[in-house]
Design a protein around this ligand. Structure first.
Ligand SMILES: N[C@@H](CCC(=O)N[C@@H](CS)C(=O)NCC(=O)O)C(=O)O
Length: 208
């Protein structure tokens, strides 16, 4: 399996974390977005949307980190694995949290924080408020259960923790969300190789 990644990318980070948790052999190929390596013809042939992470597993090419998380579970984890249980209602909630992350939490983080990465643009109060509202939603979910869904880790936590780790370094005070902070600390301890993989996510290609 090959996984195209780029340094310091939350969606890449979530896939790397799950790969480690499942002990999968994944060969990473790092693309330098500043050098527009993702816009080169070779990569566009693989992924016309030129985004990372992109997984190549035999004849399957898959982008969108949350689709990759689900695929890795379906293809490589044992049936009814606790990280992605078979039960319809549990799976529905996991899909909800993954979609909440994609469409609300990570999306609002990106709208608020990406202007800061561009010297010419500034972020607005309204954008910040929208991100804080999304963190409030997560706080509510985490006041109902210990993890994103239920009382144990699921793939929803892998996606959400990657977003929260990015928000954490983006001038947003997480202390206002005590359930989020407690869950975030728990995930940092329980996700295998959390700190080591941050290094993999921040440097060149290789296998892990
Ligand atoms: N929703 C996608 C987002 C992927 C994404 O936008 N990745 C960024 C890096 S963090 C990227 O590839 N940017 C380059 C581009 O969009 O051309 C996912 O979760 O995989």
């Amino acid at each position: 399996m090959e996984l195209y990644i780029t340094p310091f990318s939350p969606p890449c980070w979530s896939v790397l974390l799950l790969g480690r948790q499942l002990n999968l052999k994944i060969n990473t190929k790092s693309l330098d977005l500043d050098k527009e390596e993702h816009l080169k013809e070779d990569f566009i042939k693989i992924n016309p949307e030129h985004t990372v992470p992109t997984l190549v597993d035999g004849d399957l090419i898959l982008s969108e980190s949350r689709a990759i998380l689900s695929y890795l579970m379906d293809a490589y984890a044992k049936e009814n694995h606790p990280l992605y249980p078979r039960a319809a209602k549990a799976r529905a909630l996991i899909q909800h949290r993954l979609n909440f992350d994609l469409g609300t939490l990570y999306s609002r983080f990106f709208v608020y924080c990406s202007p800061m990465w561009n010297d010419k643009a500034t972020s607005t109060e309204a954008q910040r408020d929208r991100l804080c509202e999304a963190l409030g939603f997560l706080e509510t979910y985490l006041s109902r259960s210990r993890y994103a869904v239920g009382d144990h880790l699921t793939i929803a936590d892998f996606s959400l923790v990657a977003s929260v780790s990015a928000i954490d370094v983006c001038y947003v005070k997480l202390e206002k969300y005590p359930k989020v902070v407690a869950w975030y600390e728990r995930c940092k301890k329980e996700l295998l190789g959390y700190r080591k993989l941050w290094l993999v996510n921040s440097r060149a290609s290789g296998s892990f």
